[in-house]
Design a protein around this ligand. Sequence first.
Ligand SMILES: NC(=O)c1ccc[n+]([C@@H]2O[C@H](COP(=O)([O-])OP(=O)(O)OC[C@H]3O[C@@H](n4cnc5c(N)ncnc54)[C@H](O)[C@@H]3O)[C@@H](O)[C@H]2O)c1
Length: 254
Amino acid sequence: MTHLNWGLSGKTVIVTGATGAIGRAVAEGFAEAGCKVAVVDLDQSACDTTARALGIGHRGYGADLRQIGQLPALIQRIESDLGLATTLVNVAGIILRTPDLFTVTESDWDAQHDINLKALFFLTQAFAKRLAVTKTPGSVINYSSQGALSGGFGGSVVYNATKGAITTMTRGMARSWAPLNIRVNALAPGLVDTPMLQTPGQTDADRDAMIQQIPMQRLGLPEDHVGATVFLASDMARYMTGAMINVSGGFLMY
Ligand SMILES: NC(=O)c1ccc[n+]([C@@H]2O[C@H](COP(=O)([O-])OP(=O)(O)OC[C@H]3O[C@@H](n4cnc5c(N)ncnc54)[C@H](O)[C@@H]3O)[C@@H](O)[C@H]2O)c1
């Protein structure tokens, strides 16, 4: 019996937010693992550029995932082009920081929930439906955050609430679809050195203060998330569902 079988070669993987910092690194990881990657993000030409950079056999799909009614057609297009997708990695997300909780507006609330939570749910629903209909095993990896558990602070509380809901929903989806052999797991980055972490007026001292809270004494890098994501999608994680892996340099220890 062989134990170390990744089982990813030739599989079709959808990565959302795939022209962003972490999503792009994750897309590169799946391409390296021999997968065909559907690069999904807002801008078609950025998706095309990223897909081309991954090599032959990958494809870009410019899509605003908040267009819920279009999501089944997106899944269908990817299937026609690249074959039935068996892994979906939900990386796309936004944060809208406000000075404090008192200044959060309804539109701030809606904007973050629309992409971080609602789009994630309905894209995953459309993806999993195809697996169910074709009786194919598959896997979903949802990008949550350390803030799902800490709750965040001040102006980032609403963003973190969406991440908390993603973690909860991951467990519910995992339990619902386990009999279909569709595994659903989450990944929680800590503090990652991407534009999302930057705030207006942030100083070197602010950055040092963040680093001081991380036992491994550095911010995360996009590429730090590739290994855990590819692992969760692979046959190496075949008995894992409903889990959340912390990739945070020790910042998060739950
Ligand atoms: N950077 C961090 O410190 C950090 C920490 C914890 C969790 N995360 C999570 O990791 C993920 C990636 O973060 P990142 O730092 O790479 O951010 P990023 O801003 O570089 O990437 C996010 C991507 O999502 C895409 N996107 C946004 N709205 C979309 C829409 N409506 N339709 C399609 N695509 C859309 C953006 O275009 C962007 O490319 C996010 O879910 C984020 O919440 C990040």
